[in-house]
Design a protein around this ligand. Sequence first.
Ligand code: CTP
Length: 404
Amino acid sequence: MNVVLGVTGGIAAYKAAELARALMERGFSVQTVMTAGAQQFVRPLTFAALTGKKVITSLFEGSTGEDVLASSVEHIRVAQENEVLVVAPASADVLAKFAYGLADDFLTTMYLAFTGQVVLAPAMNTSMWNHPATQENIRTLRERGHRIIEPAEGLLACGTTGPGRLPEPELIAEVVASVAANRHDLEGETLLITAGPTQEPLDPVRYISNRSSGKMGYALAEEAVSRGARVILISGPVHLPAPFGAELIRVHTAVEMRQAVMDHLEPATIIVKSAAVADYYRPNAPRQKVKKTPALLSVELEPTPDILAEVGRNKGDRLLIGFAAETQNLTAEARRKCETKNCDMVVANLVTDQSIGFESDLNEVTLVLRNGETIPLERAPKRAVAARIFDAIGKLRLALHATR
Ligand code: CTP
């Protein structure tokens, strides 16, 4: 499979070298195209050495003498010979040019002649990313069917913190692989996915909750959308942008989450319960703020509804995937949950390792199937883990359809 790697000007251009390597490792043949800006940050030689191919740096390269004809159609040749175009980092400038069809260098000219799949990984300063002009261009490009990999949040080269960082090269390579494989295996399915924590009020200003960030559930929703499913995402309070293409329903409490799940059960064919539902809530939480007193305060709590168990009792011929966050006896606990809650599969993760799970962008899970089979997945970005989970769900789905 042939991929064009477009590199534009930005501090993250150096990460594109790692992306080139990650793509090569996945068996892609990589043709690098660098804009003039990109060449200010990294040398073409780096990419040439990694990919074994001459890097294209200009529209008019070699356009003198007898090469004139060859170079004048080079952008058409590259457009025709490659199945995927990935631009990483994609600057605000290249997004604007793609959106408006401007063609003043090799990358933008080739883009207009390109008919394959396009993946864009924007990276820039947070204010540039949030600017209405950039957001408008992103909308246009999404509507054109291009895959936008949202920038990650973090400390940026300009010293500010916020969205704008180029996501990990491994993640971008995984999205390219998924797009290239044209994994549309969830077409016709309706996915009901729950994500994030729930918050259970103690009074109007305080609540009980947990450390779930929602990242795993949102990655699952994005992956399911990209595989062609209709996705209904029921999310507790998180600080994440709405996944493009998913129907997002926001809830706060376990009771609200249960209601939203039950209201949307009917159309669902696959249910993935990645939410970390709070296990207890305070019934009749006072309407006024509880005042501090020197005395010890004890709070009476009741168990929240077990949504997974209830769905398990009413699942019919739907596929039901539960999650299990454990601190010990991982597979034994997951097996027990799979059985008692009538799941087809449980995604189990050990939450004692701080570098994975909850707030992390990485995860390492074991899939526990109803027949007792366990599939350990290696540590990877959550989006890549989501892809592996859907690969496994795809197999369960085929088996289910075969028995119908
Ligand atoms: N879950 C749910 N409703 C709850 C609690 C959990 O639907 N009130 C779901 C979660 O979305 C997850 C699965 O149950 O898919 C496992 O959650 P977990 O907290 O690990 O399990 P518990 O059932 O609470 O089991 P235990 O406390 O025994 O570990």
